[in-house]
Design a protein around this ligand. Structure first.
Ligand SMILES: Cc1cc2nc3c(=O)[nH]c(=O)nc-3n(C[C@H](O)[C@H](O)[C@H](O)COP(=O)(O)OP(=O)(O)OC[C@H]3O[C@@H](n4cnc5c(N)ncnc54)[C@H](O)[C@@H]3O)c2cc1C
Length: 489
């Protein structure tokens, strides 16, 4: 008889798990507290504008292709995306603008011409991050770090021999300063720490691996925006008879003799052979299992950063801006110090602007642009966010005006925002952190919560708050790890 699986949460890892298991004949039901699927991958449509509200950077599309091919049997659901030529535009306070390109020769030309550096520095750096990726992804990303079999494999042994070369014991910043020898380049490559909510001045150099995805593989954009990723996975799930219970918060997991038995949602009990949690691990232990002490060891790692994001409908187009844009702080280190220690918005925030209407014309009315404007802030420690959002807004507008020589306020015709508190209430993310726990500690890969626990049988964990970590590619890998484990048991 087919086994009954309940997945709690329809984030990208929950949907990926549902596809993988339903395609193997498991009977899957997904419980989701929101009225829509996708979790952090969500969108707003208002006054002719469309905004992706969460992730904006899409790398490793092959992971989605793989799910489409696994789950899309006898169906014509398509997931379409394209590679982006100008991957990011970086703006510096001295007026220099650097464009990064998917094409490595074009990237080198841009950096050599504008920064007067030797192109070998770039080639060597890109080879170095490719080496980091090749040496680590099979072990640290694609496997559980909490199973003996991982450590008994030949590949793991080889990886362990490479440890002295994996920049684990120096900070990203130190490694980048030594290798890149140019302040602007160092800033550009330090910023990849923020892709999992970490601080490049303390996070281990091994995190430089993140830039490999963008520079050696590429930056992509789904033809219909980020939300179309989870829309597509949802459609595939439904074709594979996955049942969705929306508006159905799970309140409790029922256990018997150390084994999962079922869940309670909307006052109703449903039994299951296997339960997969795709929700923040802190909520799971604190609320659904009422066993907060199980999370003690993992609570020692700090939460990753959160963000304040403005979604602005701008009735003007800006030629200098591309899909992804960074307006750098003058003193990047000081910004991270302030995020860590201050209760206020950092004095000079680095501003990220994402404009999908540059590529998807239907995302904004003609002659307008859909701006997703984000600054990193601390996770919620009880700050007065209403006040801080106003403070952030003023600082961002002032900065944009200076860098783009404009009067932005005049052109904002639609506006809404998210802060750590609303991120928490809309996505169930503990303290509003974007990526679960931070990777600032060199041991964080081992301290992050595993994909299963030996305390409760038939309970599995996927998503951004467990191994291998936050961000779409890693969350997708967590789904692969647990479903391989379930299928092989
Ligand atoms: C603003 C922002 C920007 C980001 N930018 C990027 C980016 O550019 N690139 C990138 O790769 N990643 C980015 N990320 C991170 C990325 O979005 C996440 O790592 C990833 O989407 C997490 O997916 P997940 O599978 O963990 O599920 P989540 O998206 O966290 O979804 C969990 C789901 O569980 C549901 N839920 C919670 N509690 C319950 C309950 N009790 N019962 C039922 N359902 C419940 C929630 O409603 C939610 O739908 C960003 C995140 C944010 C917030």
């Amino acid at each position: 008889m087919s086994k009954k699986v309940i997945i709690i949460g329809s984030g990208i890892a929950g949907l990926a798990s549902a596809i993988r298991l339903s395609s193997k004949g498991y009977l899957v039901t997904v419980y989701e507290s929101n009225s829509y699927v996708g979790g952090k991958i969500s969108e707003i449509r208002k006054n002719g504008y469309r905004f992706d509200t969460g992730p904006s950077l899409f790398t490793m599309p092959n992971l989605i292709d793989e799910l489409v091919s696994i789950g899309n049997i006898n169906s014509d659901i398509k997931f379409e995306y394209k590679k982006i030529d100008t991957t990011c535009s970086y703006f510096f306070d001295d007026g220099i603008i650097l464009n990064a390109y998917s094409d490595q020769n074009k990237l080198k030309d841009e950096l050599v011409n504008k920064l007067d550096i030797d192109s070998k520095i770039i080639s060597n750096y890109l080879n170095y991050v490719a080496f980091l990726f090749k040496s680590t992804h099979k072990i640290f990303i694609e496997k559980s770090l909490h199973k003996l079999s991982t450590y008994l494999s030949f590949k793991t042994l080889v990886s362990f021999f490479k440890i002295p070369f994996l920049s684990i014991f120096k900070s990203m910043h130190k490694v980048n300063t030594n290798r890149l020898k140019n302040d602007k380049l160092v800033k550009i490559f330090n910023r990849y720490a923020t892709y999992n909510g970490s601080n490049p001045y303390v996070a281990p150099g091994i995190l430089n691996v993140i830039s490999h995805l963008e520079h050696n593989d590429g930056v992509y954009l789904p033809n219909k925006g980020m939300k179309s990723i989870t829309n597509c996975l949802y459609e595939i799930c439904k074709k594979n008879d996955v049942v969705f219970e929306l508006d159905s918060k799970v309140d409790k997991i029922e256990l018997l003799d150390g084994m999962v038995k079922g869940i309670y949602s909307n006052g109703k009990y449903s039994s299951a052979d296997i339960i997969i949690s795709n929700i923040d691990i802190h909520y799971l232990y604190n609320n659904l299992l009422k066993k907060p002490y199980y999370i003690n060891k993992h609570s020692k790692i700090n939460r990753s950063t959160s963000a304040i994001i403005f979604y602005w409908g701008i009735k003007k187009t800006f030629k200098k801006l591309s899909l992804h844009n960074i307006l750098f702080a003058k003193d990047y280190k000081h910004e991270f110090d302030e995020i860590k220690t201050s209760q206020n918005i950092q004095s000079d925030p680095t501003v990220y602007i994402n404009i999908t209407s540059k590529h998807i014309s239907t995302d904004a009315p003609k002659g307008s642009e859909n701006w997703f404007v984000m600054i990193n802030v601390s996770y919620d420690k009880g700050q007065n966010w209403q006040k801080l959002v106003q403070e952030a807004r003023e600082k961002i507008i002032k900065k944009v005006n200076n860098f783009l020589n404009t009067d932005l306020e005049k052109f904002i015709e639609y506006e809404t925002y998210m802060d750590p508190v609303s991120i928490q209430s809309k996505t169930g993310s503990f303290k509003g952190s974007l990526y679960g726990s931070s990777s600032n500690d060199k041991m964080s890969a081992f301290l992050r919560h595993p994909n299963f626990t030996n305390k409760i049988k038939n309970l599995y964990f996927c998503g951004g708050t467990v191994h291998p970590g936050g961000g779409i590619p890693l969350a997708l890998n967590s789904a692969k790890i647990i479903t391989n484990e379930i299928i092989s048991n």
